[in-house]
Design a binder for this molecule. Structure first.
Ligand SMILES: Nc1nc2c(ncn2[C@@H]2O[C@H](COP(=O)(O)OP(=O)(O)O)[C@@H](O)[C@H]2O)c(=O)[nH]1
Ligand SMILES: [Mg+2]
Length: 360
């Protein structure tokens, strides 16, 4: 890995950690003031797109958050010291930590597992440093390992179906993924399987131009399965390396959406047996536990192979990574940290945990 990319990832991971730490601490304070709300049970559509992030490339997301890194880290360390620093940790201190983790969207199950491990720590390790160290290694163990980005594709065309509810960032993420593949010298074909709105088809067209790749589309209102059939047939005939299939995420009803996705999946497999090779679920980090319930619903319907968590730049709810990974056993493959083409980073569980729970 080139040095500058390596340091960028480290900075990014650190920056992400800051956002989460700030949220964890803030959430605890809010929770103590009784100002918390329950996470929605039902899968919901994500709210409409927020305004564009500030000028990409001027001050990057990582740079912006990096400025606050030392301070936020210190704040979190301070809270741990306050909780555990005076001799051994009492049960009440573990309860405080439980609130921090739950409010930080780590999820009930993961939180309980983490606490169970900490309760068993020997007395001499029940101080801020020992607790943080134990929490870090236990949290890392809860995160599914991420398969490395392959230098060469196992087969071509490599077909990726991208699913998720409206507004989470599917189309944008496809654009970013396309650019990554193009940068690796691969030919890419995009399939405009979200036929519900003309704007969705145009949006994918813009990304196709930007990333210099092919696109197969039909008019708005056409049958998604028919577009996908055309796209797959073209990809096979033209011998392209990568096919990225966009899909609609409009929840007219959950059942309809899932049935449509299953049908699309069958069509892909009919044209190219064994495909799609990956089904990536895109979820919006700002939706917290709702992202977890979306992941559960989609995973049950279409054999999701990995998750992409978007909008971490606008969110401090990155703890949801742990919930998705642990409760559903799905690897988080990439995270989106902004709206521009370079703002998609492979997820690094080690860097994540280190940034979240830095001891020093
Ligand atoms: N800040 C931020 N915005 C994002 C990210 N990913 C997508 N978006 C924005 O989210 C909005 C919805 O994205 P879109 O790709 O149209 O979502 P789709 O409906 O799932 O296809 C757009 O304004 C995107 O620019 C991200 O990682 N960070
Ligand atoms: Mg879209």
């Amino acid at each position: 890995m080139p040095h500058d990319l390596g340091s960028t990832l480290v900075l990014w991971a650190g920056a992400w950690g800051v956002a989460i730490l700030v949220a964890l601490v803030g959430s605890l304070l809010r929770a103590r003031q009784g100002a918390t709300g329950a996470a929605p049970e039902e899968i919901e559509e994500t709210r409409p797109a927020r305004p564009a992030a500030s000028q990409p490339g001027v001050v990057s997301y990582r740079d912006r958050l990096r400025g606050g890194l030392a301070k936020s880290r210190a704040v979190f360390a301070e809270r741990l010291t306050a909780a555990f620093g005076r001799g051994s940790a009492r049960d009440a201190d573990l309860e405080a930590l439980e609130e921090v983790l739950i409010e930080g969207d780590v999820g009930v199950r993961a939180t309980q597992d983490l606490l169970a491990g900490l309760r068993g720590l020997p007395a001499e390790q029940r101080n801020a440093a020992g607790m943080t160290r134990a929490l870090r290694s236990r949290m890392r163990a809860l995160l599914a390992d991420v398969p490395p980005e392959t230098a060469s594709l196992p087969k071509t065309p490599w077909v990726v179906l991208v699913v998720g509810v409206n507004g989470v960032g599917k189309t944008t993420t496809i654009g970013k993924l396309a650019a990554r593949h193009r940068a690796a010298g691969r030919s890419v074909l995009l399939v405009a399987g979200d036929t519900f709105r003309a704007a969705a088809i145009e949006q994918l067209g813009v990304w196709a131009e930007r990333a210099d790749c092919q696109i197969v589309k039909q008019g708005p209102g056409s049958d998604p399965s028919s577009v996908v059939f055309d796209g797959m047939s073209a990809a096979v005939a033209r011998g392209v390396d990568v096919v990225l299939i966009d899909t609609a995420g409009r929840l007219h009803t959950k059942v309809n959406l899932m049935e449509e996705l299953k049908k699309v999946r069958r069509v892909v497999d009919r044209v190219l047996p064994g495909a799609p090779h990956e089904v990536l679920l895109v979820v919006d980090a700002t939706t917290g536990q709702n992202a977890v319930s979306q992941a559960r619903t989609f995973a049950g319907a279409v054999d999701v192979t990995g998750v992409i968590l978007t909008k971490l730049d606008g969110s401090a709810r990155g703890g949801v990574v742990v919930a998705i990974s642990h409760e559903l056993g799905l690897p988080v493959r990439y995270v989106g940290v902004g709206e521009s083409v370079a703002d998609l980073q492979p997820f690094d569980p080690d860097a994540y945990v280190d940034a979240l729970l830095a001891a020093e």
